[in-house]
Ligand binder design. Structure first.
Ligand code: ATP
Length: 287
């Protein structure tokens, strides 16, 4: 479990993070979304004990990171993947990091396969693509078999197969009861990865909650008023954009059956799902 309560960080006159309160729960993948400079990295750094809050608290399993007994076994993180030595091989990097958290050679070999780098284990990380470095960074985070993962922009540089791999990995981790907090400004990609979303803009949380974006139906028919009343009788919410009825609370099959029941021919019935990007742009005021 990750919790922040009134978390605030001021750098001189810059309010980087203001009164940020949110929870990332076990069994869920929580996305932490914001534009560049919105305060994501500063928040994650406070969570990992790397930046001291001006006010408020950042807690991991109810404790500050610096008070955890075995931090590397409790929390795995990817903050900056620039921390790899370019002359070291992928395997060498993982072995060195394994020493820090007491993981054995068997674990590093298993992880190299798990992140799809077994064949590239003897290549220098300086020759790795951005996506390969991300995979190695994720492997490093997993070394101590932590239940909590904090990943800053892990999707950056991944190709579609890399994204599918990351999605599977995060899903498995959450389904095994782990907690995942993953930041990004790559909205469309995050949409497929996460269950919950926390949207931050100008250092403040603008939205936090489950990612259940309601599908809206756009319906045109011969007698809109008859349809409107019939849909409302079925418990749906109905508005119009002047051309079509906009209906929430019904699935397309039900809407079709209702129109058939009141004998109104339907000319158009389209299910529209607003993208996470739209939600984000609306909430973050990011024009
Ligand atoms: N060490 C620092 N000293 C002064 N200002 C800082 C420092 N670190 C961050 N800031 C400022 O705090 C604000 C939030 O920055 P932060 O890096 O947390 O945002 P971010 O959402 O992670 O952005 P990005 O996606 O670009 O990494 C920015 O205005 C940034 O310039």
């Amino acid at each position: 479990m990750i919790e922040t309560k009134g978390l605030t960080k001021r750098f001189g006159r810059v309010d980087a993070v203001r009164d940020v309160t949110f929870t990332a729960a076990p069994g869920r993948v929580t996305g932490f979304l914001g534009l560049n400079g919105s305060g994501k990295t500063t928040t994650l750094r406070m969570l990992l004990g790397l930046t001291r809050p001006t006010a408020g608290q950042a807690l991991v399993d109810g404790q500050r990171y610096q008070d955890l007994k075995q931090p590397l076994r409790q929390v795995g993180s990817v903050l900056e993947q620039g921390l790899m030595h370019p002359g070291q091989t992928g395997r060498g990097h993982l072995h060195t990091q394994a020493l820090l958290c007491g993981a054995g050679k068997q674990r590093t070999e298993q992880l190299l396969s798990y992140v799809g780098l077994a064949d590239a284990a003897t290549q220098r990380t300086g020759d790795y693509s951005l996506g390969m470095r991300q995979r190695l960074a994720v492997a490093t985070a997993l070394l101590g078999e932590p239940r909590i993962l904090v990943l800053d922009e892990p999707a950056n540089g991944l190709d579609p197969s890399g994204m599918a791999w990351l999605r599977g990995l995060l899903r498995d981790h959450a389904e095994a009861g782990g907690t995942v907090l993953i930041s990004s400004h790559l909205l469309a990609e995050l949409e497929l990865l996460i269950d919950e979303v926390v949207i931050i803009a100008d250092g403040q949380v603008r939205f936090s909650g489950p990612l259940e974006i309601e599908t809206r139906l756009r319906i045109r028919g011969r007698e809109p008023n008859v349809l409107w009343q019939a849909f409302e009788r079925a418990g749906a919410q109905v508005t119009t954009d002047g051309h079509a009825l906009l209906v929430t609370g019904l699935d397309p099959e039900d809407a079709g059956e209702i129109a058939f029941g009141v004998q109104v021919p339907v000319y158009e019935l389209t299910a529209e799902t607003p993208s996470l990007e739209k939600l984000f742009l609306d909430l973050a005021g990011a024009a």
